[in-house]
Design a protein around this ligand. Structure first.
Ligand code: KIV
Length: 291
């Protein structure tokens, strides 16, 4: 390709909108709210991308997509596979991918190797780690080596086995610990903090205590942004946690659609003339074009 043909090829394709950056998200502190949702697939990423600032490829995918009882069974390979799909489906939002249980806690070096794989193999802009005081040094290690980190404090789903389940942080001790965790991860250089499952006034206190924007889930409107699991928010599950607002009833829509399809197949009404190819040349050519 000559310089001139390269130039016309560049002119022929419309400019790709740039993704929001770590700097853009950080600058939202105390300003416009950060809108975040989870995605695990290219089509859902494409649907939510125009409306959100940040897409989180959360390890909740273990439970939501793979039917695991907790996030503990999620592997780095699963996160990379779903992270790649989400990157392909999105163009505008900042994408952060969770480092799963067991991939980062042993040492800063282990975390670095995992984060480098995730960023290289997915093309995402950041990783999220469930880190507090105990892993603040790991966060600092990653940030110093060019890896943008979203911290995750309060209820940490990966700690469910030591904490006896998913417990909202309310007691005096839990409050003290959550605040200390948030401060430590903030000082370590995280550019944003997910604050999950804490009493509303604690989320507000954390938001006031840290320089990084906070993104609440089961927290408080005082946070700098909000995140939800998309599948919860669109009503794909029978049970809705208290902190979720359902904006659609996808479960009912899907069930009704499947019931209608099954009735049509059983009654011979599907496929109909509009959904079949005929043998006429025109039909065959059209079928070829659609392939
Ligand atoms: O794994 C996840 O999806 C999360 C968000 C819900 C914050 O951590």
């Amino acid at each position: 390709m000559t310089a001139a043909s390269g130039e016309s090829a560049r002119r022929a394709s419309p400019p790709t909108p740039a993704r929001l950056t770590v700097k853009n998200i950080r600058a939202r502190k105390g300003r416009d709210k950060i809108v975040a949702l989870t995605a695990y697939s290219a089509p859902i990423a494409a649907l939510i991308d125009p409306a959100v600032d940040m897409i989180l490829v959360g390890d909740s995918l273990g439970m939501v997509v793979h039917g695991l009882p907790t996030t503990v069974g999620v592997t780095l390979e699963m996160m990379i596979l779903h992270g790649r799909a989400v990157m392909r489906g999105s163009a505008r939002a900042l994408v952060a991918v969770d480092l799963p249980f067991g991939s980062y806690e042993a040492s800063p070096q282990q975390a670095h190797a995992a984060a480098v794989r995730v960023m290289r193999e997915t093309g995402c802009q950041a990783v999220k780690v469930e880190a507090g005081v105990a892993l603040a040094a790991t966060v600092a290690f990653l940030v110093a080596r060019g890896i943008p980190v979203v911290g995750h404090v309060g209820l940490r789903p990966q700690a469910a086995n030591v904490e006896g389940g998913f417990r909202v942080k309310r007691s005096a001790l839990e409050r003290e610990m959550a605040l200390a965790d948030a401060r430590a991860v903030d000082e370590a250089g995280a550019f944003a903090l997910v604050v999950e499952g804490v009493a509303a006034d604690l989320a507000e206190a954390i938001t006031g205590a840290v320089a990084a924007p906070t993104i609440g889930i089961g927290a408080s409107p005082a946070c700098d942004g909000q995140v939800l699991v998309t599948d919860d928010m669109i009503g794909l599950f029978e049970w809705t946690p208290k902190f979720v607002r359902r904006y659609a009833a996808m479960r009912d829509l899907v069930r009704d659609a499947v019931a209608a399809y099954a009735a049509d197949v059983r009654g011979g009404a599907f496929p109909g003339p509009a959904e079949m190819y005929d043998l006429a040349a025109k039909g065959a050519a059209a079928a070829g074009r659609r392939r």
